[in-house]
Design a protein around this ligand. Structure first.
Ligand code: ATP
Length: 323
């Protein structure tokens, strides 16, 4: 379990993490989301004792990281996949770390097999691709069979098979009762992997809830309707707070009304419906809705996309994204 209380970090005048409190529970995968520069890596580094908090404190399995006698057996982390001795082979790299904790060589072979590194065991880690480097970093994190795992962008650089492998691995470990805390920018991946989410923006915690609740929290009443009388239905549905967009021939996208109300209005006007489908929000939409204005860096392209999405009735109001 990871417990943070009033955790804060300043770098000179810059507040990277602004007094956040949270608990990462065992037995489930907790995702850590936030725009670039939101404070995710800084938080993870403070958990691992690599950065000293300016205020507050954080414990892993009940103690600050530095107070664990055998930290590798308590918490395994992948924070920077490039942090390896580039001249050493993957095997020697893992053996050297294992030796610091009396971890037997058999465990080194075990984690290399788990991470698909056996065939490249003798290769220099410095020559590894980004994906192989990620696998080595994950092998390193698993070495001490720790109760808690912290993985910063573990699928970064992995091919689809590797992404699936990480998903299955972390779900398996959480199923074994371990605490798994991981960050990722891949929203669809997070939706499939995480049970619970912490969302951070500009150093502050903006959500701490299950994936389902996060999506539900921004769920709009939206529906797709197909009818040969689209103009007639659009006129009948018009009301304050309702937006109707003709998205294709005989197809309307309706926001602000649920399917029950749309069916009722259509029946009253004797309008034939071919299709009436509620539209679910995705985690990506929920995320953009939550972190609107919390991003440090925004491009003109994302502004254009946000403006377009409003025109089509999608979540994401255009606003001044320039800070
Ligand atoms: N060593 C440092 N010195 C000064 N500022 C720093 C330092 N490390 C991080 N920052 C700043 O703190 C803020 C949070 O950075 P952090 O790397 O924790 O964000 P992040 O959420 O991990 O971002 P990303 O998704 O881009 O990795 C950023 O504004 C960053 O520029």
């Amino acid at each position: 379990m990871i417990q943070a209380e009033g955790l804060r970090k300043h770098y000179g005048p810059k507040t990277a993490v602004d007094g956040i409190s949270f608990t990462v529970q065992p037995g489930r995968v907790t995702g850590f989301l936030g725009p670039n520069g939101a404070g995710k890596s800084t938080t993870m580094r403070m958990i691992m004792g690599l950065d000293r908090p300016s205020a507050g404190h954080v414990t892993v399995n009940g103690k600050p990281f530095a107070q664990h006698k055998a930290p590798l057996r308590e918490v395994g982390a992948l924070l920077d996949a490039k942090a390896v001795h580039t001249g050493r082979s993957a095997y020697n790299h893992l053996r050297a770390i294992a030796a610091t904790h009396d971890i037997p060589v058999s465990r080194v072979h075990e984690v290399m097999a788990m991470t698909g590194l056996t065939e490249v065991a003798k290769k220099r880690a410095g020559g590894f691709s980004l994906g192989m480097g990620q696998r080595l970093g994950i092998a390193n994190a698993l070495l001490g069979d720790p109760q808690t795992l912290i993985l910063d962008e573990p699928v970064n650089g992995l091919d689809p098979e590797g992404v699936l492998w990480v998903r299955n691995l972390v779900r398996y470990l959480a199923g074994q009762g371990k605490t798994v805390f991981l960050s990722s920018h891949l929203m669809s991946e997070m939706a499939q992997t995480a049970d619970h989410l912490l969302v951070i923006g500009r150093g502050q915690l903006i959500a701490d809830m299950s994936v389902q609740n996060l999506i539900a929290s921004v769920q709009q009443k939206k529906a797709l309707v197909r009818t040969p009388q689209s103009a007639e239905l659009a006129a009948a549905l018009a009301a304050p707070g309702v937006s109707v967009t003709q998205s294709a021939h005989e197809t309307l996208e309706v926001a602000g009304l649920d399917t029950r109300s749309i069916a009722q209005i259509a029946l009253e006007r004797q309008i034939l419906l071919y299709e009436l489908t509620p539209q679910e929000a995705s985690l990506e939409q929920a995320y953009f809705e939550l972190t609107r204005g919390a991003a440090e860096y925004q491009s003109d392209f994302s502004m254009a996309t946000a403006t377009h999405s409003q025109a089509t009735g999608m979540p994401g109001q255009p606003q001044n994204y320039k800070n």
